[in-house]
Ligand binder design. Structure first.
Ligand SMILES: [Zn+2]
Length: 257
């Protein structure tokens, strides 16, 4: 077992219990199992969020719970769509239930400071709902000292960094699916799971301003990517990690210390 790991999955239960005794901040990464084009593995959202959570946890002496590796239905305008093979999605009710039960279990273990870190655009409101329902139940059973924070890591990349990393203009986080940010972070954390030779060179996807069901597959580019990852690099990944981590550490300490 690796000594001093922040990952709960890698700890024995006795070490975990002794760490919980000091009331650490417990980070829960929330990802998705989703196609990320021809150039990246399908694990991206969960894998990156786990690493971003670890980067923050290390700075605040926290720990990282096992990630939720499936997420809410990939939306066509932010993830290419749940119709695509290689995307295995959960319903809203299931994701809400998973989040709620994780909170109740962690609280039962003694966790009192929890951060849900989101890495899949579509998850956010359902994570919020699961957290709120869990806190409601905890309160009814007499536990009212659990505090929970929710965040999506890309919201902590500041405008100055965006200008620096996207000199040709930034299309928005929704179109970043399998684009420069995720690909750069994957090159930093998991270079073996990226093949830059397979990046499709194409303009950003043009999506309608509305959703249509059943999905019209023609709106999603054949690559499944919503913007081009050709400009991605491990160095950009390092900048994104460092900037986002710095701001997340600040926010977490503001709320919990
Ligand atoms: Zn993604």
């Amino acid at each position: 077992m690796p000594a001093n790991t922040v990952f709960m999955e890698e700890m024995d239960a006795f070490t975990y219990r002794s760490i919980l005794d000091r009331n650490p901040i417990v980070f829960v990464p929330v990802g998705a199992f989703e196609q990320h084009g021809p150039h990246m593995a399908m694990c991206v959202d969960a894998a990156l969020t786990k690493q971003m959570a670890a980067a923050v946890a290390e700075r605040v002496n926290g720990i990282v719970a096992a990630p939720i590796i499936y997420g809410y239905k990939s939306q066509q305008r932010s993830g290419g769509g749940f119709h695509l093979s290689g995307t295995t999605s959960l319903s809203a009710a299931t994701l809400i239930g998973i989040v709620k039960e994780i909170v109740l279990n962690l609280a039962e273990d003694g966790a009192r400071r929890i951060v849900f870190m989101n890495g899949h655009y579509e998850n956010y409101q359902f994570v919020f709902e699961g957290v709120d329902l869990a806190l409601h139940d905890l309160k009814l059973s007499g536990t009212d000292d659990v505090k929970i924070m929710l965040m999506s890591y890309w919201d902590f990349v500041d405008d100055e960094t965006i200008d620096r990393l996207y000199p040709e203009g930034f299309t928005g986080w929704d179109l970043e699916h399998a684009g420069v940010m995720e690909t750069s972070l994957m090159l930093l954390f998991y270079p073996d799971l990226v093949n830059m030779d397979k990046v499709v060179i194409e303009p950003p996807a043009t999506m309608p301003k509305y959703d249509i069901l059943p999905i019209n597959p023609d709106y999603t580019p054949a690559s499944g990517c919503l913007s081009c990852a050709a400009a991605a690099s491990a160095e950009k990944g390092r900048i994104l990690r460092d900037v986002a981590t710095e701001h997340m550490v600040g926010a977490v300490l503001d709320e919990f210390e």
